[in-house]
Design a protein around this ligand. Structure first.
Ligand code: FCB
Length: 452
């Protein structure tokens, strides 16, 4: 008979969300547009023509949202700060914007919830985009000023800070495929963008250490890709190595080893001019972090001649993976998370937090008014077992944040795809916990997974 599996004492149980996906109130409190306001209001960019103007109206409803997180017993909340609320023109501090997050952090602490503050979850102030955005090297200093502003205001009460969320998406979906803001389709621009994101991260960590308490933990969140070759051929193995350099090691290596992968900078990559990397940049990027945030949803299969060009590569293609998929068409493979965490542990030896994991599901509201999302429960259960498997193999994983607390604006998919453990009725904005929320509540309360 199988027994329940426990997590170690002190394991952090959280849930995550991001400003543009939930806040709404885009023209209130002195906020100015971000690149996601511009992008979502551009015809044809978002499914159903949706935008984040109202989203979940969390800007007004945050006290009851935090009440619900507390009621579910969730111990930690990963939120992101809207840069364009705090600095509408990218430079000048807007007191009302800062106060919103000041109150939010106090509200979390009053309810016994530990804050994990993400500084950049993709919503660059449009004013900075107009100056070249992440292509302009000055962005590293703009980001550092913004980070310092937040660090000085909430730093005394915020035990953990994440600089960037998924810079891969900013660099490749924003500049190569155009699926995300600012919607450019010039892959060669992805590399300087990735570098400036890395530089902003390292510079901000160093600056924040100077103004925040010594025990503050600093991190960055990467959506690392668990890549596998489509066949045993050398060509597919080589394509997979190339995709790994472009998707994973372009961030991991400078951040954790102080040096870009040779393949990227020695001219064998299709972008041979890396002059945007200045002397000393790699050392700045390698500012020590306390843990790495890992977001994982699905593995990917790579071939030398597959279906579509893998973003940012020139000889690696995505190939289909057979087997079960979520309604995003993302393959469901919990063991991919184990493999990923073990790999990062073995190659980089860094403590980790799973800062996002979850799934979109059909989420039909039952006759009783509740979403009975057994599919999501199975997904979460499988992936939490995968986290324990990785820990059994030696990976130092300190916590898990389910993506996401409530249904919200899912970027290019708009409101059509629901990832929440709490259902949101977009007509009334009423929040109702799904079965998965109750399931997670009991996992958190027991610090253990139920027997299978
Ligand atoms: C991640 C994003 C998050 C959410 C999930 C589904 O890439 O960080 O905001 O959209 O995917």
């Amino acid at each position: 008979m199988s027994t329940s599996r426990s997590f170690p004492p002190g394991f952090v149980w959280g849930t995550a969300a991001a400003a543009y996906q939930i806040e709404g109130a885009v023209a209130e409190g002195g906020r100015a547009p971000s690149i996601w306001d511009t992008f979502s209001h551009t015809a044809g960019k978002i499914d159903g023509g949706d935008n984040g103007d109202i989203a979940c109206d969390h800007f007004h409803r945050w006290p009851t949202d935090l009440d619900l997180i507390a009621e579910l017993g969730i111990a930690a909340y990963r939120f992101s700060v809207s840069w364009s609320r705090v600095m509408p023109d990218g430079r000048t501090v807007n007191a009302e914007g800062v106060e919103f997050y000041d109150r939010l952090v106090d509200g979390l602490l009053e309810r016994g919830i530990q804050p994990l503050m993400t500084l950049y979850h993709w919503d660059l102030p449009q004013a900075l985009e107009d100056e070249g955005g992440w292509l302009n090297r000055d962005i590293a200093d703009r980001f550092t000023d913004y980070a310092l502003t937040m660090g000085k205001v909430v730093g005394d009460r915020t035990p953990a800070v994440t600089t960037l969320n998924e810079p891969w998406c900013s660099a490749y979906l924003g500049y190569a495929t155009g699926e995300h803001a600012p919607g450019l389709t010039d892959p060669s621009k992805s590399y300087p963008v990735a570098h400036h994101l890395n530089l902003a991260h390292g510079r901000a960590v160093t600056a924040l250490r100077g103004v925040m308490p010594a025990e503050t933990e600093f991190s960055v969140t990467l959506n690392l890709h668990q890549l596998e070759p489509a066949s045993l051929s050398e060509a597919d193995a080589e394509a997979t190595r190339h995709a790994d350099a472009v998707a994973n090691r372009i961030f991991l290596d400078p951040m954790l080893r102080g040096r870009y992968p040779d393949e990227l900078i020695d001219g064998t990559s299709h972008l041979t001019d890396w002059s945007f990397v200045h002397d000393g940049d790699e050392a700045e990027i390698a500012a020590p972090i306390d843990f790495l945030g890992v977001n994982y949803y699905a593995p990917a299969r790579i071939s030398a001649d597959g279906e579509y060009l893998w973003p940012g590569t020139y000889r690696a293609f995505g190939a289909p993976i057979p087997g079960p998929k979520t309604i995003m068409n993302w393959p469901i493979r919990p063991s991919g998370l184990t493999d990923l965490l073990v790999r990062v542990h073995e190659e980089y030896g860094v403590p980790m937090m799973v800062t996002e994991n979850g799934c979109a599901a059909p989420d039909l509201v039952g006759a009783d008014g509740i979403v009975h999302d057994d599919d999501r429960i199975a997904y979460l259960d499988g992936h939490l077992h995968a986290v324990l498997d990785a820990m059994d193999s030696g990976a130092d994983v300190r916590g898990y944040y389910v993506w996401t607390f409530m249904d919200n604006f899912e970027w290019a998919w708009g409101y059509a795809k629901r990832f929440g453990i709490v259902h949101v009725d977009y007509d009334t904005l009423v929040r109702t916990p799904k079965d998965s929320a109750r399931w997670y509540q009991s996992v958190v309360a027991n610090n253990a997974l139920p027997s299978r």
